[in-house]
Design a protein around this ligand. Structure first.
Ligand SMILES: Cc1cc2nc3c(=O)[nH]c(=O)nc-3n(C[C@H](O)[C@H](O)[C@H](O)COP(=O)(O)OP(=O)(O)OC[C@H]3O[C@@H](n4cnc5c(N)ncnc54)[C@H](O)[C@@H]3O)c2cc1C
Length: 547
């Protein structure tokens, strides 16, 4: 029997899958932003990564890893504790591919020092592309990469772990980390009574020789099959950061008991646990009482990755929407040729161009911060502002992208429903929206001079663009107000917009002009497409977004 005999009718006017594409080469704004921020020499490497991650096979792995969610195996059939989480092979494949490309470690050299050059920008481009395919597995990838910054507070521990963190092997075996080919790390800060307010942590750490025993709980601890966790607990001198491996040094399974996995809106390929520590073995990282100062080094990097991933999700939404609109006909004309759809898509393209240029500019500051105080100040002030603006804009953006595909966008077989459900988490974890705004205020008050130099730099880089002078003045005024907290969202959003205009101006001055006209000079309407761009600009934006 031939397959044709099963067909009920010929399927017409449906867009082909957006697969087997080069996620790098097809994305001119990404290629240009990477080059403008020090990553030009990695073009071939990124194109290879883009082809691999843009393949139909990787898209299938992303879908399957989310359909077959991780399962907690608390006990074995005889009632012995197991505390293992099982993942579908598709998840392991995604992890292996990211590790193979160094997404979990390539910003560090063998000693765990910043690799320099354009390492941050190149790795960010990979993270951005991987996020377009599957975001859940990036949770342990980002935490492993970021953990090195906290481990630096305990140099001998960093020296021991770096040879295992530094490999490009993914080793999912449940075994002590020193015996593994590669390792992943997670983090446990949030407790039931407080996530933002980690000072309220109740988990206790008691000295046991050179090590500690930790008793307490964490209400959220993601990626529980990591080989070790950086955990906050109260020691004699106050809140302290600890390295808690899955196995104690004598080879026994450490006293880490997973209670449940969270049933989440999105992020479903990733497991997020509730966990009890019952005298778990741990080693101190940094001084007692300096836990926040130590772990914030890690959190700064995961915040950076939240922004990169959200920009990647939006890029994917745009690419799928534009691809669909170019194939789908309505009233005898492709959607992409209908003026109103063009207005929507080009306005979205402008948002993605700006977000992409902005996150790559931020990553350049991470590359340069160790040797350049100005870049260090940029990184400190702009990381929370950019996490705030980029991450919080993603759900609304993805909703619009979904709508461009009509009913198909809302259906789980496509990727947009998954992207949409995924997108809010980047704004919530690693410091939620308000907390990011308060962090900008903190940077301004603690490093006032350096922060105002950053603001001045942005003004100079955007000189002549419409609306810049007024925006800069209003930001300065808001931050100087004694009740600045009340207007912090207003000021932080404008700060991010100004920084986006500056970043875009380096990559593509004409797009920077369009961005400033619509976002700084005019108040952007609440819906995408409610703008008045010229026909040539619309065509150029869409051609740049997807040739
Ligand atoms: C899927 C998922 C995975 C997670 N994985 C981990 C993990 O691996 N490890 C980990 O430690 N945590 C993890 N978290 C927890 C996450 O980091 C926290 O949920 C987050 O930091 C917020 O803390 P909270 O839930 O206690 O909310 P709260 O701290 O109660 O905050 C609630 C709201 O109040 C706002 N707010 C707080 N303070 C102020 C203020 N002073 N002024 C105005 N507004 C304020 C916040 O912005 C937020 O919107 C995860 C969360 C999720 C959703």
């Amino acid at each position: 029997m031939t397959q044709a005999s099963f067909a009920t009718h010929e399927v017409l006017n449906q867009s082909p899958p957006f697969e087997d594409v080069d996620l790098f080469a097809l994305d001119a704004p990404l290629v240009e932003a990477v080059a403008a921020n020090g990553g030009a020499s990695a073009h071939a490497e990124l194109s290879e990564f883009g082809q691999h991650w843009g393949s139909a096979a990787m898209a299938a792995r992303g879908r399957i890893a989310n359909e077959n969610t991780p399962r907690l195996r608390t006990f074995d059939s005889r009632g012995n504790r197991r505390d293992e989480v099982e993942f579908h092979p598709a998840y392991h494949e995604l992890m292996a591919r990211s590790a193979h490309a160094g997404v979990h470690n390539s910003t560090w050299n063998a000693e765990g020092k910043p690799a320099g050059g354009g390492a941050e920008v190149v790795r960010a481009a990979k993270f951005y592309m991987a996020a377009q395919v599957e975001t859940g597995h990036l949770c342990p990838i980002t935490m492993t990469r970021a953990s090195v910054a906290a481990l630096a507070a305990q140099p001998e521990l960093l020296a021991q772990t770096m040879p295992v963190i530094g490999t490009r092997a993914y080793d999912p075996t449940f075994a002590p980390w020193p015996k593994k080919r590669g390792m992943t790390l997670g983090m446990g800060m949030t407790e039931k009574q407080g996530g933002t307010d980690v000072r309220s942590n109740q988990t206790r750490a008691v000295r046991d020789g050179d090590a500690y025993r930790i008793t307490g709980h964490k209400w959220f601890m993601s990626a529980p099959m990591c080989d070790a966790f950086l955990v906050l607990a109260q020691a004699d001198e106050g809140l302290t950061c600890f390295f808690m491996p899955r196995f104690a040094p004598d080879g026994s399974v450490n006293a880490i008991q997973f209670q449940r996995l969270k049933d989440k809106l999105g992020n479903r390929s990733n497991a997020s646990s509730e966990v009890e520590f019952t005298g778990a073995y741990a080693m101190r990282v940094g001084d007692e009482g300096k836990g926040i100062r130590t772990i914030i080094q890690m959190v700064q990097l995961t915040r950076q990755d939240c922004a990169i991933a959200s920009a990647g999700l939006m890029r994917s939404g745009l690419a799928h929407a534009l691809h669909h609109a170019r194939h789908r006909s309505v009233f005898q004309k492709h959607l992409a040729d209908q003026p109103l759809m063009q207005a929507v898509l080009s306005d979205m393209a402008l948002h993605v161009e700006a977000s992409t240029a902005l996150v790559m500019r931020l990553c350049r500051s991470f590359d340069r911060a160790p040797d350049d105080p100005g870049e260090a100040a940029f990184m400190r002030l702009l990381t929370p502002a950019i996490k705030y603006w980029v991450c919080k804009s993603a759900p609304g953006f993805l909703y619009e992208a979904m709508e461009c595909l009509g009913g198909n966008g809302y259906v789980e077989e496509g990727i947009l429903a998954r992207h949409f459900r995924e997108s809010p988490v980047n704004a919530i974890w690693e410091g939620s929206g308000n907390v990011m705004c308060l962090d900008v205020l903190r940077a301004l008050s603690r490093e006032a001079e350096a922060a105002s130099a950053v603001l001045q730099g942005l003004v100079e880089e955007t000189a002549g663009l419409p609306g810049v002078a007024d925006a800069a003045a209003s930001i300065g005024k808001a931050f100087r107000r004694p009740d600045s907290e009340r207007v912090a969202r207003l000021a932080v959003e404008r700060l991010a917009l100004l920084a986006a205009a500056a970043a875009l101006n380096k990559v593509s001055p004409h797009q920077a002009e369009l961005f400033a006209v619509t976002r700084l000079a005019g108040n952007h309407a609440s819906m995408y497409g409610a703008v008045d761009l010229a026909g040539d600009d619309i065509r150029a934006l869409l051609e740049r977004a997807l040739p």
